[in-house]
Design a protein around this ligand. Sequence first.
Ligand code: GCU
Length: 691
Amino acid sequence: AEDGLSGWLRYARIKGANGYHNKLPSAIVTLNATEGSPVYTAGQELSDGISGIFGKDLDFATTNTRKPPRDTTATVGTVSAYIDSNPGAADRLPELVDDGFYLSVSKGNVLILGQNERGALYGAFHYLSLLAQGNASDFTLTSNPEAPIRWVNQWDNMQDGGTHGSVERGYGGDSIFFWDGKIRDDLTRAGQYARLLASIGLNAVVVNNVNADAKTLTPENMDGLGRIADAFRPYGVQLAVSLNFAAPDTLGGLGTFDPLDETVAKWWKDLTDELYKRVPDMAGYLVKANSEGQPGPMTYNRTLADGANMFAHALKPHGGIILFRAFVYDHRTLNQTLDWKADRANAAGDYFHDLDDKFEDNVVIQIKYGPIDFQVREPVSPLFSHLVKTPSAIELQISQEYLGQQAHLVYLAPMWKEILDFDFRVDGKPSRTSDILNGKRFNRKLGGYAGVVNVGTNTTWLGSHLAMSNLYAYGRLAWDSSATSEGMLEEWIKMTFSDDKKVIDVITKLSMQSWPAYEDYTGNLGIQTLTDILLGHYGPNPASQDGNPWGQWTRADGDTIGMDRTVWNGTGFAGQYPPEIAAMYEKVETTPDNLLLWFHHVPYTQVLKSGKTVIQHFYDAHYAGSAVAQTFPQLWETLRGRPGIDDERFDHVMYRLVYQAGHSLVWRDSINTFYANKSGIADTKGRVGNH
Ligand code: GCU
C-alpha cells in the first residue's frame, strides 16, 4: 500500500522495464559536487529513480575526478563546472538564465547542465519525469524558467491555542515546521517537501503564516529557521520568512514600529543581519501590513512604500528581496448599508496606484489573482496593470480555502490559465497577466509567482491524493505558463498512478470537469462562491455574504442581485482597468455572463447572453453542476484494481468523491431554495419554489 509522501515522485517500476536498459546510462558522474549540494542530490535522485523505475543500478561516482566511464554515463553539474573540464564546449552550449538547464540524451549518454546547481537538479528531475512516463528516447532540450520568483507560501502558525503548530486554511494536518511555539526537532518532512517542490521548479518557501507571530524571530527560533533552511538546501529551495510589522515594539520593546523611526529601521537591519548569519542564502521576506487588523506603516500615517522600503534596505546588502502584499484593506471601515459606493475590491488599486515609482528595486508587490479573495470566479486584479515600474508576483491558492477545502475535487489549472492568459490591453497593446509577471511586458527583471500551498503532516500532504495535481500544476505553470491543463494532468497521473489508458482518461475527465461543476453548484455569474463567510469559508451560506463589514457582498434583495461596480452608477471599480477592458465591464451587454453579477446589479429576470434569466441560470446551473458531481464516484469505481490504483489510495479518493457528490446536493438545494424564497420566482422546470 502507498501513502502519498512521495507524491508524483514514486519512481514506481514501469511496464517492460528491462527493455529500456540499453537506452539508459550505466554510471552517474556529478561534477564538483559536495555532499548535500543540489548537484549531489541530482546524482542521488538519478540513481534512486533509475533503480526504481527500471530496476537498473548505476555506479554513482561521487568523486570529482573525471575518470572516463567504462560505459554510458549521466553527467550532471553546472555549466561552469563542465566548461572547466571541457573548455571547447562553451560555444556549443545554449544561453541559460538563472535556474535554467540544458539536457541532452543520446544512446544512454546523458548530459544535464544547470546554469546554477539548482538548475542541474531541475534538469535531473525533468529527465526522471520523462523516464517515469516511459520515455527514454534521444533528445536535447534547453529549458529556462519564465520568472525568477517561484515561491510557496505556507500559512503555518508557531502554535495555536494549545501546543499545535496549526496551519491557517490548511486541510492536511498540523505544521511540518512548528510545534509548541518552536521549530520542530525532526524536520524530515521539511526535506521531503523541498524535494517535491524542487521537482517542479519551485525555489523558495515562506514557512510561517502571513498573520505572523513576532516570536518567530526570537534567537532560539532564528536558530530553528536555520535548521529548516539546512533541510531545504540540498534541493535548492530557499527559506523566506513572514514578518509581523509591529515586532520592533512587541518583541523588541522599542515602544514604536514607525518605519521612519531610525531605531525601528536599525532594529530590522540588525535582525536581518542576524538571520543571514544563520541562513546566508535566505530568499527574503513576505509582509502583510495594514490588512484585516494587522499593524503596518499606515498606523503611523506612513505610506505602504515607506514600510516596504524599510525591509528592502535591510535586505539589500544580502541580496534578499521583499514580497509586500497588496492584500490591504480595512474591514472595519466598510459599511454596506450606508454606502452604495463602498467596495473592498477597490482597496488594493486605491492604496497602490500612486506608489508605482516609490519602491526600492528589491520590492515585489504580491497580488492575489482577484480583487477580493480566492473566489471560484473573479476578474483578474486590475493592479497588475497599474504597476509598471514595480515588479509584481501573482498570489494563487493551492489550498482550496473557498473551493471545497480538499474535500471536493477541484482541479484549478484551468482557472489559473484563464487568469494568466487574461489580456489587460495596457496602452491598447497585448498585455497578458503572464507577460506582466515574467517581466516581458514592462521590461522588468523580477516578478513571478507565489502559491499558498499549506501542506501539513498528513501523509497525503494536502489531505487528498487528487488535490496534489494542483500543486504539481502550480509549479509547472510558474516555470512555463504555456503548459496546458490536460498536459500537466497527464504527466502527473502517469507519475502518481500509472500510464494505464483507463486511469489517465478517468482522472483527466474527473479533474477537467471539476472546476466548472464546482462553480455551477456553488456561486454563479460572478456572485462569488457563496460559502459561509463567517465560519470557515466552507459550505453554502449565501445569507452570510451581506450585512457584515467583510465586503464580500452580493446586495441581493427581493428583486435584484449583484454588485454595481460601474463607474457611472456604482463603486467605480470597473474604471480601475485600462480603457478597453473598463469599457467592456462598464456595460451589462459587454460583460461576460460569468462575471455579470460581479460588475452589475440587475433584476433576477435579467436575460443573459445565453437567453436564460439570471434566476433560471442559478437553478439550472446548480442542477447541472451537482449532476456532474453525482457521476464522480461511478467514474472512480471503474478504476478499482487498475494498474497503479492500490486499494488504500482507491478508498481514500472514493470516500471524498462520495462525500462531494452528496455535498453538491446540499449546495444545490440550499442555494436554489434561498434564491427562490428571496425572489419569489419559481423554477420554470418545477424543481424549486412554489407553483
Ligand atoms: C483570507 C484568509 C485568511 C488570510 C487572508 C490573507 O481572508 O481567509 O485566513 O489571512 O486571506 O490572505 O491575508
